[in-house]
Structure formats: C-alpha cells, structure tokens
Design a protein around this ligand. Sequence first.
Ligand SMILES: Cc1ncc(COP(=O)(O)O)c(C=O)c1O
Length: 460
Amino acid sequence: MLSNLAVRDIETVLHPNTNLAQLRETGPLVLERAQGIYVYDKDGKAYIEGMAGLWCTSLGYGNEELVEAAAQQMRKLSYAHLYNGRSHDPAIELAEKLKEMAPVPISKVFFCNSGSEANDTQIKLVWYMNNALGRPKKKKIIGRMKGFHGLTLGAASLTGLPHNHTDFDLPLPGFIHTSCPHHYRYAHEGESEEDFASRLAHELEELIVKEGPETVAAFIAEPVMGAGGVIVPPKTYFTKVMAVLNRYDVYMIADEVICGFGRLGRAFGCEVVGFKPHGISIAKALSSAYLPIAGVMVPEDMYQALVAESAKIGTFGHGFTYAGHPVAAAVAVKTLEIYARDRIFAKVATMIPQFQTRLMALGEHPLVGEARGLGFMGGVELVADKTSKRAFDPKRGVGARCVRFAEEEGLIVRLLPGDTISVCPPLIITPDELNELFDRFRRALDRTLDWARHERLFAS
Ligand SMILES: Cc1ncc(COP(=O)(O)O)c(C=O)c1O
C-alpha cells in the first residue's frame, strides 16, 4: 500500500533519471530529515546515506557552520550576478581559493550551477577558443563509453550511456565515444591491465586519426567513472591517453564533479590517477551539496584566447543568472575552509584501506562478479555466474532487488547500469559507521542471493 505522500508524488512529480513505469508500482522513498551520515524517511526510519546523496554530501547533513554561512550571506547580499562585469566578495574569495587548490596552474574560474552546466560550458569554451585561434574545424569532442558528464544537451552528448541517449535523439553530431577502460568487462582473454591500457590508447589514436586531428578539439574523462559503474582505469591508462592527446593538440578536460574535493583521498582525482588536465569541471562536494554551485577551471592560454576573441566581437556571450550565486559561493567558501581546517582529505586517506578492504571482501560473495573501487568510491557488479561473468537478465531486476533489501537493512546504495551497486559515503563517516555500512551491505547481498536462488536465477 502506497502512503498518501507517495500517491501525491506519483500524481505530481516527474522524476529525473528514474524508471517511470516501475515507480508507479513501487512509489518513491520519501525522505524527511537528516543528520550526520543518516537520512530519515517520513516514518522515522534511519538509513545510512551510503551514496552521499548523488556522490555529493561530503560533510554529511546538519552542518551548522554551513547553515550559518548561508544565513549570514542571505542577510547581507542575497543575490548579485556576475554579468557585465559585476561582482561580489564570495565569488572572488571562492575563485581565489580554487586557484590555490588547483592541481594544475589555472587562470580563472567560471561559475555555474551544476555539473552539466560546467561541462556544457567546457564545450562552448573549447569551441570559442578554437574559433579565436583560427581553427574553426577543430570542434569534435571525444567522451568515453560509460562516461557520465550530465544530462543537458551538450553534457548528455558527452555521456556514453545508452539510456541517456535513446529516444532523446542524442548524442548531437560532433560528439564521439571511445572505449571504456573497464578491464574486467572489456579486456581480451589473458590481456594484462598494462596491455589493455596500451590497446585503448592506441584505439583512441586511431579514432583521432580517422576523424582527422584538425577536427578533434577535446577529450573529457572522469578520473574514476561514477554513474557508468564505478570504473577504475588501469594504472598506466591516463599516462598513455595523455601522450596521444598531446600528440594531436587535443584539450583534456578532467570531469572532477564526483572525484574532486577528497573523494579519492586528495583534493582532485586526477592527482590520484596521475594526469594533468588542461581544464577542470567541479561541482557537488564544492559546497557539500548544501546549495547548487559548480565551476570550470580555465587555463591561462585559453583565457587569453577568450579575451582576444571578445576584444574582436564584443560580449563573451555565455553565462547563467545564478552563476556564482553569493549564497552558494559563501557556502562553498566555508566548505573549503572546513576541508582544510579539519584535514578532511587526509582523514579520508587514512580510512581508504578500511573502505577498500571491506569493499574487496564483498568480491568473495557468490553473487559478486567484481568488487572494484578507489578511494571512497566502490561498486560491486552482480553476476549470475562468477566464472563466465554472465550477467543477469536485466528484466529480472536483480540489482534493484538488492537496493531494496539494502533499504530494508537501513542503507542507501545506488543501482548503476549492469547490476552494479555503488557506495560513496559522506567523507565524514567514522570507522565504526563504515563497518556498519558494509555489514548492512553484506546482509542485503545475502538476502538477494536467497531471493535469486528462490527465483531460480542463480543455480549454485
Ligand atoms: C562526473 C559527473 N559529471 C557531471 C555530472 C552532472 O552533474 P549535475 O547533475 O549537477 O548536472 C555528474 C552527476 O552525477 C557526474 O557524476
């Protein structure tokens, strides 16, 4: 029986990124309040927020310092924009802090409100820059199969997930996708990680040559793929990819929307997986998701090209009403202050071995084909047969069932494509809470296994 609120939801809310038909049967999980790493539904049931919302609530819930930063800024200057050369303290301070933290030299920060806007902005900046540099044909952008970069038209075109393209008439022309660096699924029989990385870099090079290097402008990558299934690239992958990109003067965009701000134990994910991007997209943990704010970090040579073009044609005509919103910017400044003061990234680094040990132990479970992850990101891929890696029939909804069992156990995890279940807790989680999270996760897997056997989906 669906609750009154659930019925009202179904009658009124069109949900993003949701199986709309299934939702009409199951109804939504309606949350009411939250504190620390816990969220509570409208019946008062507590759940560990094992996904930090959508990979974003890094400082957890109910942080009074962030609430206070927002309230103070609302009282002082509740809104101001950055159009036509206007500005305000919080945006300036935030940009300064971000420049200091950046993993590569950057010149300016362009603010926006979401990861998708950040990645759309990257596309537009690259196009504008290449026009400014007199190479109007150099416009194609390469993403990766299973990459996720958001869902506005440009960002969704960068994304490499079929359910984000089908029937939306996407990707748009000029967006291409190269192979996904997932060794477990895509390596050839007996191929080492190293050889797999070399093959993928070679394929990328062939793609650039086939398309014509004079037409290929940029490449975008998450340091660790999130929504595509928590996919960690082989160790040498990015070094090899960067060599190819540099050979053909292709601009490298790091999508740090998930990995940025401590998720992998350092400020930026690219520092952990070992590459130096030209441009960087940030969002989510920038404000610990207390308010929407995102940004694009722009290198000096791109900035100079933008200025030169603007000098020629006038207004640099890109931006958003709420870009660098002072309240969101003030909260982001406070968030960065807390990360530094409380040494959050270093604390995460000390807890990563515990996280990864507990995660990898799930790999022994009969249902789990692969447990994988890096830093405080993890995924377990459920399979019908461990030896052959045979997946379950997607129609049987095994992963969805596991997520429901986890909810019954008081844990929020997320189903990703290919029956992969992800975990990505708030960075403030304690060692005891982390153990509790994985205990609940294991119980959910056990219950899924019992159910799958009962349904004759799992033979052994
Ligand atoms: C890596 C990455 N980039 C971009 C986005 C899009 O961000 P938003 O949903 O804020 O538009 C996401 C969202 O999950 C993401 O994971």
